[in-house]
Ligand binder design. Structure first.
Ligand SMILES: [Zn+2]
Length: 96
């Protein structure tokens, strides 16, 4: 039974549609599908549920900017370009 996309309207989901539950203390996000807390949901939904991150976002009403990775995890991920740019601006300002 791998009809994940069609089942969510009937199955129990964890948390609220459109919101990714975030545990600040543990620095983890809750999976809407199984309720487990993971640092990286984008990886988790692929490995545990066979969903792509894109499917997951669409199904649970998350926008494309919605990170599926925790703050702490994001720090070590290279794709946080915006954050780096902001940091650079801030540094440049500090210099003058
Ligand atoms: Zn899950």
């Amino acid at each position: 039974m791998k009809t994940a996309r069609a089942t969510t309207s009937r199955m129990k989901i964890y948390g609220d549609v459109g919101i990714v539950a975030y545990d600040q203390i543990e620095d983890k996000l809750q999976c809407h599908l199984c309720g487990k807390w993971r640092r990286s949901l984008s990886q988790h939904v692929v490995q545990a549920h066979g969903w792509s991150a894109e499917d997951y976002r669409q199904e649970f009403g998350l926008n494309r900017q919605q990170a599926l990775i925790c703050e702490g995890t994001r720090e070590i991920e290279p794709f946080s370009k915006q954050k780096l740019l902001l940091k650079k601006e801030w540094l440049d300002e500090g210099k003058t």
